[in-house]
Ligand binder design. Structure first.
Ligand code: ATP
Length: 416
């Protein structure tokens, strides 16, 4: 059976993954066989998420009724029910649920009633607390199928330390990264010299290591020096897989969904107040969409600034407020723009001026004439290929390029 849980935390604390790790240990103590823990990221643009819109699913062998009661008890014990925005959901299903519900939850928006109807028609056992919104994530986690997956090792803090500064040796994280990158990623941001895998919120997470296989997580883990974690858990996840991206004509984009678009740069990149960089992209269906690289994307903005009209691109990102918030882009063809100016007079060496529209050029000093302008190819340092935001600005679901070049036949959410 699969147990799904979501929406147990608040900005004041807790974390649904921690609750899942605790519950897995309780189920095992009760004699059940825990086969897998899943950390399932859902649409990153839902307004009511606390942090990263995560839900969990546990695959376990045992009595569904007992597992359901134990899951509900854990939620009632640990969820921050006083927070208005905490609306937990618990689901137990003994048969596979239609993965289409998961796909919708990771790429689009679902309604609470829709989740309830889905669960009733699937024959699942479920309980929603308060406004029951957590049933959406819990149902999606249970229904999830991962055509591509990665892993995350999460280390959790002793309850007594929650809310206090985390004692994690910074250099040991850099060491873990240098010994295991690119098989692990986003522990640190080397270019910006920032540790990324240690949160700053008052939740129970001490650190999280993301990687391709559990073996690489263990290798990285061995390097990390920190306060003693109360427990550690490896989750199978859809993080780093681009599962959120849709391929749709730009004209059909919907606010809050994320897309992979192909098009041509239609104007120069402009840097606005605050350091946000944007440019217009004319997509294959003729729709023009503004692409944004916000200030937190740091050095990625240099790539965006170097784009010129005519460059052919593939871009990935969320459609919010009428523009695409870039997560990565592929330069398919670097345009070779040519600049032209009046030629130098062959007789007297002075630069000519325009003789009027369609009349060529004239030397103001000696009266010499020429029909040909002087042209020069603009030199470009930009090379074709993929470029991405740095780890500090990466979305959980975004596939990092260190997992391999997605290639030209890139299909979102699929392993390549
Ligand atoms: P937590 O660690 O508790 O999971 P979080 O940042 O993941 O924190 P939640 O507190 O779970 O965020 O809030 C997200 C809420 O949005 C949940 O109630 C979840 O069921 C709901 N939700 C998730 N995906 C969608 C979606 N695609 N459409 C509508 N609601 C969604």
């Amino acid at each position: 059976m699969r147990i799904g849980i979501d929406d147990t935390d608040s900005p004041r604390g807790m974390c649904t993954t921690y609750l899942g790790a605790l519950l897995a240990r309780r189920l095992a103590s009760a004699g059940m066989v825990v086969r897998e823990l899943r950390l399932v990221r859902l649409n990153p643009n839902v307004a009511w998420k606390t942090r990263g819109n995560a839900a969990i699913a546990i695959t376990v062998d045992g009595s569904p009724a007992t597992a359901f009661e134990m899951a509900c008890r854990a939620v009632e014990e640990y969820a921050d029910m006083d927070c208005e925005n905490t609306n937990p959901g618990v689901v137990v299903a003994t048969r596979p649920l239609d993965p289409a519900f998961y796909v919708k939850a990771v790429r689009d928006f679902c309604e609470i009633e829709e989740a309830e109807q889905f669960l009733v028609s699937s024959g699942a056992i479920f309980r929603g607390y308060k406004n029951k919104r957590g049933l959406i994530g819990a149902a999606a986690a249970v229904a999830s199928e991962f055509p591509d997956c990665t892993y995350e090792l999460l280390a959790y803090r002793d309850e007594g330390r929650w809310g206090t500064p985390r004692a994690v040796d910074r250099e040991s994280i850099f060491s873990a990264d240098s010994h295991t990158f690119p098989h692990t990623w986003d522990s640190v941001d080397r270019e910006n010299r920032v540790v990324v895998c240690v949160p700053h919120s008052p939740d129970p997470v001490l650190f999280g290591i993301r990687g391709e296989r559990p073996g690489w997580l263990s290798l990285a883990r061995e390097h990390i020096i920190s306060e003693k974690p109360s427990l550690e858990q490896v989750f199978v996840t859809n993080q780093g897989t681009d599962a959120h991206l849709l391929e749709e004509p730009a004209g059909r984009m919907k606010e809050g969904c994320s897309y992979l678009l192909r098009g041509t740069v239609a104007g120069p990149a402009v840097t606005a107040k605050g350091g946000h960089v944007s440019f217009p992209l004319e997509c294959e269906d003729g729709t023009c969409v503004q692409c944004m690289a916000y200030e937190p994307t740091k050095n990625f903005r240099e790539i965006v600034r170097s784009l010129l009209p005519g460059d052919r691109l593939v871009v990935a990102g969320s459609y919010k407020g009428g523009s695409i918030n870039l997560e990565k882009l592929r330069v398919v063809v670097v345009a070779a723009p040519v600049t032209s100016r009046p030629p130098v007079c062959e007789r007297c060496g002075k630069r000519m001026t325009s003789a009027g529209t369609g009349k060529g050029f004239k030397c103001r000093r000696c009266g010499g004439r020429s029909r040909e302008a002087e042209t020069r190819q603009v030199s470009r340092s930009l090379a074709p290929g993929w470029y991405e935001v740095p780890p500090i600005a990466r979305r959980h679901l975004a596939r990092p390029l260190c997992r391999g070049d997605p290639g030209s036949n890139f299909i979102p959410g699929r392993s390549t």
